[in-house]
Design a protein around this ligand. Structure first.
Ligand code: NAD
Length: 357
């Protein structure tokens, strides 16, 4: 297969970690007989410096024309004092909107080799966990009507949550499709005992579940879910939830892995073409020092192969190479913990992953 991949290196450690993922993808392409064409475009602070715009039109056009997009990270202190419409983050929100990305997939998995970094109790850690958060990204309370007004007891503020059946249907399908690629279990999280949007959410999820008889589906209230995530995370396979609940729970889920520098993500729209990126930021404190952990970006590239290109064996190959590196006790500085292992750099970690592909 031949695929065109747009590269948004961005700022800080972005260029280093994206280049690592490209090296891994090049080896995978050779091994499996594919051709990947990489097209770099500017975004974030780097784009501001060169064009005065965090998201040049050329970048939007390039991403829309590509088969998929791989992003590093944007932002840094250099641009922190710029006006809001000229901030690097504007580039990120802009490209998500331009590509119509309404699904955010965030896997959170405990690597046995990194179990000492997990903040949970030893008996919970021993059970392990490997879950996929599916968060609705463009609806709900973050996009509803909001404002200030004069209330019965003086000045007050309000935010409103609205979800259409169409918005819930499409995120439900994304969750069930994702479950089909995993352990075929979906837990839908809502607050249907209180919120009308949650009741519509639940009804719609149940209706779409009928289209996926091979996937089991249950509901869980969000307050219980927050507790269950730290009590018994092994019970979760795919979790689907609204924008705000997903924002909070996906951070909780990533924290319990104990290794945020390892976690990939995908943002998808009507097609799985999507935008793939690590969940961490541009780490300006270590930029340009060959200290960044490239694994989150390498695993984001693996997600791209699995979701955008249906290349399951190729994705497995990358994920197994990462497992092997960790099992062999190879670490970048962020995942050394209390192990006493001497850390290696971004370039060397990339070479170690490639050796094991
Ligand atoms: P950050 O994730 O960049 O860094 C937090 C800490 O984790 C830092 O100590 C950093 O060195 C470390 N770290 C992060 N990724 C690492 C990696 N791959 N390897 C080793 N260490 C790693 O978060 P921050 O410091 O809050 O933000 C820095 C900048 O990144 C800000 O400008 C912020 O707006 C931006 N940001 C961008 C994104 C994105 O592009 N998606 C996301 C979050 C933050």
């Amino acid at each position: 297969m031949e695929k065109n991949i747009a590269l948004l290196r961005g700022d800080g450690i972005g260029p280093e970690i994206v280049d690592s993922a490209v090296k891994v993808l090049e080896v995978v392409a050779e091994k499996f007989g594919h051709t990947f064409n990489f097209m770099p475009y500017l975004i974030g602070g780097a784009a501001i410096d060169e064009t005065g715009n965090p998201l040049p039109q050329e970048t939007i056009d390039g991403c829309l024309a590509a088969d998929s997009v791989l992003l590093g990270a944007v932002g840094g202190p250099k641009w922190d004092t710029m006006p809001a419409n000229l901030r690097p983050e504007k580039g990120l929100l802009g490209i998500r909107a331009a590509m119509g990305l309404y699904t955010n997939l965030r896997p959170a998995k405990l690597y046995p080799a990194l179990k000492d970094e997990c903040p949970l109790r030893a008996d919970i850690v021993a059970q392990g966990f490997d879950l996929m958060m599916v968060r609705e990204l463009t609806g709900g309370i973050y996009f509803g009507e909001r404002g200030r007004r004069e209330g019965k007891h003086g000045p007050e503020a309000y935010d409103t949550e609205a979800y259409s059946v169409m918005e819930v249907e499409r995120i439900a399908r994304a969750a069930f499709e994702s479950a089909r690629k995993r352990r075929k279990n979906v837990i839908s999280i809502d607050k249907a005992n209180v919120l009308e949007t949650s009741r519509l959410w639940r009804e719609t999820i149940h209706r779409i579940a009928e289209e996926y008889p091979d996937v089991t589906c249950t509901d869980m209230l969000v307050d219980n879910a927050a507790m269950q995530l730290v009590r018994r995370p092994s019970q979760f396979d795919v979790v689907v939830t609204s924008n705000m609940f997903g924002d909070i729970l996906s951070d909780e889920a990533s924290q319990i892995t104990g290794s945020i520098g390892m976690l990939p993500s995908a943002s998808l729209g009507a097609t799985n073409r999507g935008l793939y990126e690590p969940i961490h930021g541009s780490a300006p404190d270590i930029a340009g020092q060959n200290k960044a952990n490239p694994i989150a970006t390498i695993l984001s590239a693996a997600m791209m192969l699995r979701y955008a290109f249906d290349m399951m064996d190729e994705a497995d190959c990358i994920e197994k190479a990462v497992d092997a590196v960790l099992n062999d006790g190879i670490r970048t500085a962020d995942i050394v913990g209390s192990s006493g292992i001497a850390p290696i750099g971004c370039v060397e970690m990339t070479e170690e992953v490639i050796k094991r592909l």
